[in-house]
Design a protein around this ligand. Structure first.
Ligand code: N01
Length: 546
């Protein structure tokens, strides 16, 4: 990557700056832009070769965002006013172009060190600086350390015996070669049914000789309802409507343009309920999830009604009875919406084709890999040319625990969190002064639209740093008590929902040995923003400042 090479050459081995940001995705770029406007010198350390975060890495077949534009973009007019999308849910290539456009407007790369993975960071009390080490032996010093790692910075590879023996191509979704992997006429395995697995399966099925989807838990997919967008309609919406959308997204539960309706499921007659579900389903996207009745994620019977509608509609699309029972069983595998539904585009029709297969991994778990493919517990060998591991991430906490971050006393964050995750407000960590993070643990993260979340938390972090400067405060560290209270709040809000009843990465269930706990703030943006703001307005309530 030419720009990255040039950039590395321009980069000092020992760097000193006001603010050091880790990560050049949506979050890191936003922080840099806003802090520069306030006169701070900022640098970014980025492990990848370019800006874009997950959209730099996500090169797997069919990778596409599942939150529609303009919700899924910066609210900054200097970015959106002359940017035009081709469709409602753009794919990787278009998102990478969007980041090129962002670069033209904000000139971010000149202050980024690419291919620069942070492997250690500790606050040095005598110099009041964060000291940061990188894998290639560089160092950074800064008054503030900001972590914008995203929630999927650490991949999850299950440890199946014999994986190294497989003679075909095998890739984790987030390491997919940018040049692509030819699948035409090949036998493809897709392990996993998260958002990634669904996209890879439906996309590769267009060309592959056969696709086999290994399903441990069926995804309760919703129809994407992709739509092409014209420049004219976007230009028209930019005259006022965009601004309104960006303001409104701050006031909804998940930072989208829609929200749960102010009605419970059984307030409506069965006929009205059916008509409402149908309308949501046909609208596509997450409406059936996040614009449903307000009790859908809180009340089991309400949830079951939504599930039954989903199953009725989805089962009609699968003619093979065996596949139907695995992909859309009459009895729910889990409460609807307590694992993220994927937005599918003909996924069911694709898998229903006779040449494609569905393997129920709960019944016949993967036993081992061989040169030729995968053996399941029934002794059957499934032969493949390409295997896609869509097995997810050590989500939310994995990345931040994996970067050698130590507290003032030299204790690793991974150690501090060994028995459970603690943060204050989902943006700070006790014992890590002048360090803030976003889109991570105990923030709205997985229950939110990414750009909304990074702007809400990013604005708060920038305001906090400006306030610290204006008030001559050099040291700001969350207290243990504040962290404990925040953890209790996060758990209490989660316990009011059905999320804890389901095994999911939201709860840390996907990683063997990981503590089971709610990793995300389940109270929605209006409440979250209020709590964040009040801590600042109350003069850094919950922080020790000096
Ligand atoms: O990962 P996942 P993902 N044996 O963890 C299965 C965002 N995203 O990369 O459900 C067998 O959701 C696992 O099974 P189970 C989005 O927020 C967005 O798909 O644990 N199977 C599961 O099916 C998303 O939620 C977009 O039973 C095993 C799958 O692997 C998040 O990223 C696109 C297994 C992992 O699914 C993560 O999505 C992509 C094992 N040992 C991602 N281990 C868009 O915007 C794991 N699995 C569109």
């Amino acid at each position: 990557n030419e720009s990255a090479t040039q950039n590395s050459e321009n980069y000092a081995k020992e760097l000193e700056t006001d603010v050091l940001i880790v990560g050049a995705g949506f979050g890191g770029i936003y922080l840099m832009h806003k802090l520069r406007q306030q006169g701070f010198k900022c640098k970014i350390f980025e492990a990848g070769a370019d800006i874009g975060g997950i959209w730099h890495w996500n090169c797997y077949p069919g990778a596409r965002v599942d939150s529609q534009v303009p919700i899924y973009e910066y609210s900054l007019p200097e970015i959106w006013k002359d940017w035009t999308w081709s469709c409602r849910y753009p794919g990787t290539e278009e998102l990478q172009k969007y980041f090129e456009h962002v670069e033209k407007k904000l000139d971010i790369k000149k202050d980024c060190a690419f291919n620069t993975r942070v492997i250690g960071a500790q606050y040095d009390k005598p110099s009041s600086q964060w000291l940061v080490r990188t894998e290639d032996g560089r160092t950074g010093k800064a008054k503030y350390l900001l972590l914008a790692l995203g929630f999927a910075a650490k991949r999850h590879f299950p440890d199946w015996p014999g994986m190294d023996k497989f003679k075909g191509e095998i890739h984790h979704s987030s390491f997919w070669p940018a040049s692509g992997v030819p699948v035409k006429g090949k036998r493809v395995a897709v392990i996993g049914t998260g958002s990634t697995g669904i996209q890879i399966a439906q996309e590769t099925a267009k060309e592959a000789a056969t696709v086999t989807n290994f399903v441990r838990t069926p995804n309760l997919c919703l129809p994407m309802q992709q739509k092409l967008l014209t420049k004219e309609e976007q230009d028209k919406r930019k005259q006022g409507e965009y601004q309104e959308i960006f303001t409104n997204r701050l006031n909804t539960f998940a930072g989208f343009q829609y929200d749960f309706v102010e009605k419970d499921t059984f307030d409506d007659s069965p006929e009205d309920r059916e008509a409402f579900y149908k309308k949501l389903f046909e609208a596509g996207g997450f409406e059936f999830w996040l614009a449903n009745y307000r009790d859908v994620l809180k009340n089991s019977e309400a949830n079951r009604a939504a599930y039954d509608f989903w199953a009725k509609v989805t089962r009609k699309r699968i003619s093979d009875p065996e596949k139907r029972e695995i992909l859309a069983p009459l009895e729910p595998a889990h409460a609807f919406g307590t694992k993220r539904p994927s937005l599918e585009q003909n996924y069911y029709e694709m898998l229903d084709r006779p040449e494609n297969k569905v393997v129920d991994v709960k019944k016949t778990p993967i036993k081992e890999f061989t040169e030729k493919g995968i053996i399941t517990s029934d002794g059957k060998l499934h032969e493949f040319d390409v295997i896609a591991l869509a097995t997810g991430f050590d989500s939310v906490t994995g990345g931040i625990k994996n970067m050698g971050l130590k507290d003032v006393d030299g204790v690793e964050l991974a150690e501090k969190w060994k028995k459970g995750t603690y943060s204050y407000l989902g943006v700070s960590l006790s014992g890590f002064p002048n360090c803030f993070f976003l889109y991570g643990a105990q923030g709205p993260t997985a229950f939110s639209n990414g750009p909304t979340c990074v702007e809400v938390q990013g604005d708060w972090i920038v305001d906090a740093i400006v306030k610290l400067r204006n008030e001559g405060i050099n040291y700001c560290d969350a207290t243990h008590e504040a962290e404990k209270e925040w953890r209790e709040k996060v758990i209490e809000l989660s316990d009011e929902t059905l999320f804890p009843q389901t095994k999911s990465w939201y709860m840390g269930d996907n990683i063997p040995g990981k503590v089971r706990e709610q990793l995300n703030f389940a109270g929605g943006f209006p409440l979250y923003s209020k709590l964040l703001r009040s801590a600042l307005d109350d003069g850094f309530r919950g922080f020790i400042t000096a």
